[in-house]
Design a protein around this ligand. Structure first.
Ligand code: G3I
Length: 376
């Protein structure tokens, strides 16, 4: 595997203004930016202009890939976030708003938050990832009770019709099933979730078929985590996923793409190159595509210097991307957020976690450069 030197230069510490200014944003949120003479700012000494940092989306597209990020509807009020998303991303993933329990915590659907994200995406020419149709953690209690008592697939079909019917023309990839694997549950490595309890393993193929029928041009994705490190458990997860995919392919089930969440974790050591390589090779040999769907890095020790912490995060990011981007069936990379202040890891690991491309002040960090150079 070709190792590239990690380029952690001045460019890694640019503010949004510098990123947006010197990179001359070719895409603004609402049309081109103009200033009339009376608005022209008073002449200021020009700061030394650092070399422009390439937008992540253009670096990705030079490899025929997309770059995207998960976005929370509640953060769309931040103009810096909007500018950076439009500059860096060609697709967004609703971090929460499209989930079943977000749309319909009670039986009534409320699409307002998701509509905000969809409108933002449409206004700015961004695609969306459909995250996610079935997930054991986002099934609202009313639907869980109905499924348990009636085992009526119409409940699921109705949900798919509502969500795909409303957003399907903006979604290129549907995370139809999120996290179906759990080796500790027995059952051929499948999670004994509410859907499995109601319909058995067939729920996976039925869900893929129901989604395909409603979104015939989109990619049908099974999205999974915990596949990156050298442990017996993660080895079992990789094997269980591959066996599931083989069974689905042998039955002609409409699965096109495997979503690798890629929540990297420095507490687990460094990523297991042979394990990831073998997983990618076997997925490719099945004729399936891969999307890296939720890339971020959980730190092990936030007591180190910021420089050291950022370097460890960037190194792990590069290690992982260097392996998966060797494969030509990778469609794109999405990070699970852009700015550390919005990361789920703030509650799951540390409020100080620095596992995303930008810090709280929207300065691009070495992880940003690590992704850029992995695309090079
Ligand atoms: O914003 C709402 C608020 O309006 C509402 O009053 C409140 C009621 O509980 O919920 C708030 O939403 C929270 C939401 O995050 C904010 O974005 C939800 O409570 C909270 O459960 C939700 O957590 C999300 C979690 O999935 C569960 O949906 C995290 O943000 C999100 O990062 C996490 O993402 C998952 C992926 O979907 C699947 N892979 C793992 C990943 C991390 O767990």
């Amino acid at each position: 595997m070709k190792r590239r030197n990690l380029i952690v230069g001045a460019a890694a510490a640019l503010t949004v203004g510098q990123l947006v200014g010197c990179a001359r944003v070719d895409r603004t949120e609402t049309g081109s930016v103009t200033t009339s003479p009376d608005q022209a700012p008073a002449r200021q000494p020009r700061p030394a202009t650092p070399p422009p940092v390439r937008a992540l989306r253009s670096a990705a597209s030079s490899r025929g890939l997309y770059f995207g990020a998960a976005i929370q509807a509640g953060t769309l009020g931040d103009s810096r976030l909007r500018s950076i998303v439009v500059r860096d991303c060609s697709t967004i993933t609703p971090e929460w708003a499209m989930k079943w329990d977000a749309l319909a915590p009670g039986r009534t659907y409320n699409f307002s938050e998701m509509d905000q994200l969809a409108s933002f995406a449409a206004r700015n020419g961004l695609a969306m990832r459909g995250h996610t149709l079935l997930w054991h953690k986002s099934l609202p209690s009313w639907a869980a009770s109905a499924l348990a008592s009636s085992r009526d697939w119409a409940i699921i079909d109705d949900h798919f019709s509502k969500v795909i019917g409303r957003y399907g023309n903006q979604v290129r990839e549907w995370d139809v099933i999120n996290e179906p694997i759990e080796p500790n549950h027995g059952g051929r490595g499948l999670r004994n979730n509410q859907f499995y309890k109601a319909f058995g393993e067939d729920y996976i193929e039925r869900a893929l078929e129901s989604a395909r029928a409603r979104a015939p041009r989109a990619r049908m994705v099974i999205n999974e985590y915990g596949l990156e490190y050298n442990s017996g458990y993660e080895g079992q997860r990789r094997l269980s996923l591959l066996r599931l995919l083989e069974r689905l392919r042998s039955r002609g089930a409409p699965v096109d793409t495997v979503g690798l969440q890629a929540h990297l974790d420095l507490r687990k050591g460094t990523v297991y190159a042979d394990g990831i390589y073998g997983l990618m090779r076997d997925i490719r040999n099945m004729g399936l595509k891969v999307a890296i769907t939720e890339l971020d890095v959980a730190e092990a020790n936030t007591g180190l210097s910021v420089e050291r912490r950022d370097s460890l995060v960037a190194d792990e990011t590069r290690r992982y991307l260097d392996i998966v981007l060797q494969f030509n069936n990778v469609l794109g990379v999405s990070t699970w957020g852009l700015n550390d202040s919005h990361s789920w890891l703030r509650t799951q690991r540390s409020s100080a976690n620095r596992g995303l491309p930008y810090d709280r002040e929207w300065q691009a960090k070495p992880m940003h450069n690590a992704i850029l150079t992995a695309f090079a």
